[in-house]
Design a protein around this ligand. Structure first.
Ligand code: C2E
Ligand code: MG
Ligand code: MG
Ligand code: MG
Length: 289
């Protein structure tokens, strides 16, 4: 390691860097095959109306069941998928799988549930054209209200005109858009006015510290108040306990999602989880009969 007069650190090549590069190449190759080998799964996490104490929908969260490494979380492979362009193919698989799941729920009598999927910035607009989304729905006779797309504000910042056209095309046919991880980026309030998003998801980092950190509490409260005055809906992510839930309810937050209600679960476990959850919600004081 040498230090130059400018004060910057320069890192010399180290053998561990070769190992890291090798790992990365292996990951890329394995990810390329993961879809073919059916190693990708969607897990589902309930989204709860915490004012009316009822299940509202769910978020689909991708998992990679790696033959040697077991369950690989999305934060470990989605960035690789984005950099290599594999996200396009994965994203279409997510769309199709989510729509199959919606159809399945409808067959089971759950036409009240919606499903949200996460969309990477690099999928917009050509990786996930609005026409492909509408086709996936109409092929299964699903209404556009059944599907929600979650984007982050990074999407809006990169190419505003392109993002706006993409969003408008989806909104025009009634597909809802959630702005994910709100509060972590620039969170320019003008985005909320300029872009036709329907809902803001308060990032879990603020919800986590709400009990101890009064500035986080103030921030969540401000986001909830602001979304309400703009006529937007709000979901609080990362609700882990009763105390957080009580605070969020008190602020008038409409929806909540988090381990307190359920972890993300495989499709096969979802109906058992929702049954248990709905029994609990109905027993909550103030719940609709
Ligand atoms: P996200 O969309 O913000 O999803 C919320 C994350 O918080 C999920 O992590 C979820 O498992 C986790 N979570 C839920 N409730 C709680 C809680 O009470 N406490 C805590 N600490 N965490 C909670 P996960 O599943 O690891 O996903 C991480 C991120 O990966 C997602 O963040 C999303 O940005 C991305 N991702 C997931 N699935 C997909 C996908 O299909 N496509 C794309 N492009 N990105 C995806
Ligand atoms: Mg999300
Ligand atoms: Mg989030
Ligand atoms: Mg995220």
């Amino acid at each position: 390691r040498v230090k130059r007069s400018g004060g910057r650190d320069y890192q010399f090549f180290h053998p561990s860097m070769a190992a890291a590069a090798e790992n990365r190449r292996r990951l890329e190759n394995e990810l390329r095959l993961a879809a073919e080998r059916q190693e990708l799964r969607l897990f589902y996490q309930p989204i709860v109306d915490i004012q009316q104490n009822r299940l509202a929908g769910a978020e689909a969260l991708i998992r990679w069941v790696h033959p040697q490494q077991g369950m690989v979380p999305p934060d470990d492979f989605i960035p690789v998928a984005e950099e290599t362009g594999l996200i396009q193919e994965i994203g279409l698989w997510v769309l199709e799988t989510a729509c199959d799941q919606l159809q399945q729920w409808r067959r089971e009598g759950r036409e009240d549930l919606y499903l949200s999927i996460n969309v990477s910035g690099s999928q917009i607009p050509h990786g996930l054209p609005p026409s492909a989304v509408m086709e996936a729905l109409s092929r299964r006779s699903l209404p556009p209200g059944a599907l929600v797309l979650e984007i982050t504000e990074g999407v809006l910042m990169s190419d505003m005109k392109q993002a706006l056209e993409w969003l408008q095309a989806l909104r025009q046919v009634g597909i809802r858009i959630y702005l994910d991880d709100f509060g972590t980026g620039y969170s320019s309030l003008s985005y909320l006015k300029r872009f036709p998003v329907t809902t803001v998801k308060v990032d879990k980092s603020f919800v986590r510290d709400m009990g101890q950190d009064s500035s986080d509490r103030a921030l969540v409260e401000a986001i909830v108040a602001m979304t309400r005055s703009l006529g937007l809906e709000v979901v609080a992510e990362g609700v882990e306990n009763e105390a957080q839930l009580a605070l969020l309810r008190g602020m008038g937050t409409r929806y909540g999602q988090g381990y307190h209600f359920s972890r993300p679960v495989p499709a096969g476990d979802f109906s058992a989880v929702t049954e248990r959850l709905e029994t609990l919600l109905q027993a909550t004081p103030g719940a609709p009969g």
